[in-house]
Design a protein around this ligand. Structure first.
Ligand SMILES: Cc1cc2nc3c(=O)[nH]c(=O)nc-3n(C[C@H](O)[C@H](O)[C@H](O)COP(=O)(O)OP(=O)(O)OC[C@H]3O[C@@H](n4cnc5c(N)ncnc54)[C@H](O)[C@@H]3O)c2cc1C
Length: 453
């Protein structure tokens, strides 16, 4: 990725969208909208002072919404180009019309530009490669898996962010239910601290204790005094918070990271209700995630529930077996019927073991759903702009005899834009697509050069 950013003959248009395509192979005109970042790309040094001082927090989409980030942000730390962008909707000044501008004040490079508008770029190109990848299937449409209802049921993508050293838990397997409890405690403690300060000020100013004021209000002696009523209400809320916070603090103090994991395969794939195709990479990413979790903490054990485990690729079967022998991974042949939740917020997996022919259930600390690979939301619109067709699963259609060719000359498709595949296959396809594009561009250049002589 760094090589791409530095390459003298690659012009990277990040944060941009194709708006119109005309012309033919060897001679396409492409209109691109370059979205306003409200940060001047040529001036920003990526130092991060703006984000450090920005007072506004918002959800971190890159971390699967499990953490938060500032309103001025880099999408992810290694992103290219390494510059900041203001999230217009979250920003106090741009989104809420409030006075702020702290980022502009602290930016020594003077890169923040609240007046920046979207830009338009016209490209003249010989060939187009579509590499728009995939989205992950939304598992909340499968009610029996409880995603969105049971806190400790997460998707594989969310689990990857939890496992990551740069993720919201710095790589520790904290359970989402405990993370939510911690957040609730944080919010209540802020309110508790604020009320404590206010009550102390009132007590000092009026020479009365909050308990005396509450008694006065209860006895009816302060009937017409609005200030005393407000004071008593604050004191009552303060007491409520004290009583609520103590057991919550004890509970979080006793919380443990997840040690017993279940991975559920084919969530939305190979399921005729949703997508009949196999998403191909999920078997191996579940084995990988279970292996990494065990490397992080060797007390972690995992059960992978699958119809069959498709370890197709050089060394993949050996990797799967190594997981079983060295990383406490158990492979369970059986499709999961339902996930319920016990009183300690542990997910309980109900399944039919096809080896023992019994309906069984087992309790876990966390369940990870291997969700299907589906076409990106923007695929139909892009297909229309490019004038190319989609296949029956909604991915870009390619020619079985020329597997990079889209249904229009001069346009090629690689990676998950044409269907589920892993990184090595996507990279190999990307090289092929670049070579196929060069085949179109080279003769077109010769024709253009001959014309200009
Ligand atoms: C949880 C999880 C774990 C995985 N782990 C592994 C693993 O360990 N090993 C492995 O080999 N594979 C793994 N995979 C699969 C891997 O993610 C894919 O094989 C790979 O990302 C496909 O690469 P791609 O370039 O085709 O698509 P993507 O990685 O999806 O990249 C597409 C890019 O195009 C951009 N884009 C989309 N639409 C547009 C548009 N209209 N205009 C401009 N840009 C656009 C996107 O923002 C994105 O940056 C995993 C998948 C998941 C879900």
């Amino acid at each position: 990725m760094l090589d791409v950013g530095r390459h003298p003959r690659i012009n990277l248009l990040a944060y941009s969208e194709v708006e119109n395509v005309s012309g033919d192979a060897g001679n396409f005109r492409v209109k691109v909208r370059k979205k306003a970042r409200f940060v001047n790309e040529d001036l920003c040094t990526g130092c991060g002072t703006c984000a450090e001082k920005c007072p506004t927090m918002t959800v971190d989409v890159f971390n699967a919404e499990l953490g938060s980030r500032k309103a001025i942000y880099k999408y992810f730390p290694q992103g290219i180009p390494s510059i900041y962008t203001i999230d217009k909707d979250a920003c106090r000044q741009l989104g809420q019309g409030k006075k702020c501008g702290i980022c502009a004040k602290v930016c020594q490079a003077k890169a923040v530009d609240f007046e920046q508008n979207d830009g338009e770029i016209q490209l003249h190109v010989g060939a187009i490669v579509v590499a728009t990848g995939y989205d992950v299937f939304d598992p909340s449409v499968i009610p029996e898996h409880g995603y969105g209802r049971i806190a400790n049921v997460v998707t594989a993508l969310e689990f990857e962010r939890l496992l990551s050293a740069s993720g919201p838990t710095a790589g520790h397997l904290d359970r989402p239910s405990d993370m939510a409890l911690e957040k609730e405690i944080d919010d209540l403690e802020k309110e508790h601290k604020k009320l404590s300060r206010q009550l102390k000020q009132l007590e000092e100013k009026h020479g009365k204790s909050s308990a005396q004021v509450m008694d006065l209000v209860k006895s009816g002696a302060a009937a017409a005094d609005k200030d005393l009523h407000n004071w008593a209400a604050s004191a009552e809320r303060f007491g409520e918070l004290e009583a609520r916070l103590e057991p919550m603090r004890q509970k979080i103090g006793a919380a443990q990271p997840a040690k017993k994991l279940a991975f559920i395969q084919c969530v939305g794939s190979r399921d005729f209700r949703f997508n009949k195709f196999c998403s191909s990479y999920c078997c191996m990413h579940s084995v990988k995630e279970a292996m990494i979790a065990n490397e992080h903490d060797n007390e972690v054990s995992s059960s992978i529930f699958c119809m069959d485990l498709r370890a197709v690729g050089r060394g993949f079967e050996e990797y799967k077996l190594r997981g079983g022998k060295q990383a406490n991974i158990k492979y369970v042949r059986g499709r999961v019927a339902e996930i319920t939740e016990d009183d300690a917020l542990n997910p309980v997996v109900w399944f039919e073991s096809t080896t023992s022919r019994q309906v069984l259930h087992e309790t876990f600390d966390m369940v990870v759903l291997a969700t299907a690979c589906v076409p990106t939301a923007g695929t139909p619109k892009l297909a229309e702009l490019l004038g190319i067709e989609l296949d029956s699963n909604g991915f870009f259609k390619t020619d079985p005899l020329a597997p990079l060719n889209a249904t229009r000359d001069g346009i090629f498709v690689c990676g998950c834009a044409q269907g589920p595949m892993d990184i090595p296959e996507s990279v190999a396809q990307a090289s092929s697509a670049a070579a196929r594009a060069a085949e179109v561009v080279a003769p077109a250049r010769q024709v253009a050069a001959a014309g200009s002589q």
